[in-house]
Design a protein around this ligand. Structure first.
Ligand code: HEM
Length: 392
């Protein structure tokens, strides 16, 4: 039986609209106008394809394991073309502005509670209704162990938000390059998966467009929600926050002609590439169930009903209904009143701790315990390059 039949679902395939976002709103300021769904990451894709075909990946994984900090040299023992690639690509782009990146780090620290909810719950569950992402994640090797995969993805957000992210002592330049290698490997592996091929509407996954979509489901979504929720944000902070994402997209191999140069341009791009493609797939439904199950099984008094309603509060009832998140109207009421009060208290606009404050704090702890697998050592779950796909 197929996964879709098992869940009683027909896969929803939404054709994407033609690409018309203007490169004048990009970092590069101009471009070819080529639709980014046909753009991948050619040089590293070829390097990783040949490393996989020649059985070199386990040795590469051993070599990159101790490579963690931005200031560390590219490890020895790598195929020469990979070492040369990393040597060049671990540098920040010429347009990166360290002052803005430091400001972004401070902003991330001040807003970390909101970002935690927005990335961890809103963005995380939104990724399950992005059909191409859900199918890739489900059918790649990591899809079989979502707790581990979510922990690794969290480490990306964690390293990006860290106060030292872009400094010599930080880790983001290494984490983003490792991620780029994993994505390149997945582009070679997934087209060999009969399961993925049976459901995919593309021949090679993780195009530049797909990565932009993920940015909009996390960074752009967080910006939109924080504005909607009335969280005070200086315009220089908003700029800096965008800048850290611009650098992140560049480090993940997105061409500068597609990277939005302003929040207005980003929201316009999001409306074009993200909103119309949201849809339900059997893979996405299964992934959402696993993710929400992992959070609600942490025994901190956060009920599954509360969790379902907080997802609905962030993403809306249409997505909540697709995922068949059971209603809990008492929790929905608590969130409608309690969340704005929680924000007001955190922003110093309410003198007294609001009732039910603890529920949101417990939820943060539950998400952290489910996914932020840093343990006592403080070490991130290492990102490793997969050598195969999910078996079935
Ligand atoms: C792996 C982050 C976009 C599919 C990873 C990993 C990170 C990451 C940190 C390594 C963790 C791991 O090995 O599981 C990101 C970020 C993105 C992005 C920050 C964009 C802003 C995408 C997109 C897709 C995708 C658009 C698919 C359409 C995958 C897959 C893996 C992966 C299939 C490999 C999982 C495995 O090991 O089997 N990504 N990703 N990612 N990503 Fe992404």
């Amino acid at each position: 039986m197929t996964l879709g039949a098992a869940l009683g679902l027909a896969s929803v395939v939404t054709p994407s609209a033609a690409w018309s976002w203007s490169p004048s709103g990009s970092i590069a300021g101009a471009g070819t106008g080529v639709d980014p769904q046909w753009v991948w990451d050619d040089e590293i894709d070829q390097i990783m394809a040949s490393a996989l075909d020649n059985g070199q990946v386990p040795a590469i994984n051993d070599a990159i394991l101790p490579w963690v900090n931005n200031g560390q040299a590219v490890p020895s023992g790598l195929p020469p073309e990979l070492a040369a690639f990393l040597q060049r690509e671990k540098q920040l782009p010429a347009w990166a502005d360290m002052a803005k990146l430091r400001r972004a780090a401070n902003f991330n620290r001040k807003k970390d509670m909101y970002l935690f909810f927005l990335y961890g719950l809103g963005g995380g569950i939104m990724s399950t209704v992005i059909p191409r992402e859900a199918k890739s994640v489900y059918w790649s090797a990591g899809g079989a162990d979502m707790q581990d995969r979510a922990a690794k993805t969290f480490s990306f957000g964690y390293d990006l938000s860290d106060i030292n992210a872009f400094e010599t002592s930080g880790q983001f330049l290494v984490t983003s390059n490792k991620t780029r290698l994993v994505h390149a490997a997945v582009r070679h592996l997934l087209p060999q998966s009969p399961h993925w091929k049976a459901v995919a509407d593309e021949t090679i996954p993780i195009s530049n467009a797909d990565i932009l979509v993920t940015f909009h489901s996390t960074g752009t979504f967080a910006h939109k929600k924080m504005k909607e929720w009335g969280i005070p944000m200086l315009s220089a902070d908003q700029d800096a926050f965008l800048h850290s994402w611009q650098v992140a997209l560049h480090m993940l191999g997105v061409r500068d002609e597609y990277i939005p140069s302003s929040w207005n341009a980003a929201h316009a791009q999001s409306a074009q590439v993200l909103t119309p493609i949201l849809g339900l797939t059997p893979e996405g439904k299964a992934l959402a169930e696993v993710l929400l199950g992992l959070i609600s099984q942490v025994d901190l008094g956060v009920t599954r009903g509360f969790l379902n309603e907080f997802v609905r509060y962030q993403l809306g009832n249409e997505i909540g209904d697709w995922l068949e998140l059971k209603r809990d109207y008492v929790s929905a009421g608590l969130i409608r009143v309690g969340w704005p009060a929680y924000i007001a208290f955190r922003e110093g606009l309410l003198p007294l701790v609001p009732a039910n404050f603890y529920l949101f704090d417990q939820l943060i702890k539950a998400i952290a315990m489910a996914f932020l697998n840093r343990g006592e050592s403080g070490l991130t779950t290492p990102i490793t390059i997969p050598t195969g796909n999910r078996a079935g």
